[in-house]
Design a protein around this ligand. Structure first.
Ligand code: SF4
Length: 180
């Protein structure tokens, strides 16, 4: 059976994405590595929501140990306006590495369901990180299903975040600004 390791940024984006790949007859495993989520307790709330969804969907979930926040900041400080590029690369390259170690055939990301993310960049970085890892990057434009995914998690009473993840995005969200 085909297998895919899905980098999962939150339960609400994961629900439809998991369902979509299952319907394509993939054996699906979710993967949690999100050192871009700040502060730490926000990270924990989103992780707990993801664990609850995994239980609900009978979904295997691989969780990286620790909290790599320092690696995230070492990548992005000095180029904050392009931080998403570094953030995608950090998370997707870890996904490719773990997929390679665990023998998965492919990787993808729940970021592909979000209309707020840069799809061309995600596709470019996804294809780059799988080079020499012996796995495929599965691109799927699921943006039209964003609200369907939220509808799927509605009754589960899961923690729902109010900003993308990093402290910069939290600042942009609440101060209604754009970091240039
Ligand atoms: S805005 Fe979101 S995708 Fe961009 S760097 Fe922050 S957490 Fe990562």
């Amino acid at each position: 059976m085909k297998s895919v390791l899905i980098h999962s940024c939150c339960a609400h984006c994961a629900a439809y994405t998991v369902d979509y790949f299952r319907r394509q007859e993939y054996e699906v495993t979710a993967f949690w590595y999100n050192p871009n989520i700040h502060p730490y307790m926000e990270h924990q709330h989103r992780l707990e929501a993801m664990q609850s969804l995994a239980q609900e969907m009978n979904l295997p979930l691989v969780i990286t140990e620790g909290y790599d926040m320092i690696s995230y900041f070492r990548q992005v400080v000095g180029h904050e306006s392009q931080r998403c590029q570094y953030c995608f690369e950090l998370r997707l390259s870890k996904t490719a590495e773990i997929a390679h170690q665990m023998g998965f055939g492919a990787i993808t990301s729940t970021l592909l369901i979000s209309p707020h993310q840069k799809h061309d960049l995600l596709r470019e970085i996804g294809n780059k990180v799988v080079e020499e890892k012996g796995v495929d990057f599965m691109y799927a434009d699921l943006r039209k299903r964003y609200s369907d995914s939220r509808h799927m998690t509605k009754g589960l009473n899961l923690y729902r975040q109010q900003y993308c993840g990093c402290v910069y995005s939290e600042w942009e969200r609440y101060a209604n600004i754009k970091i240039e």
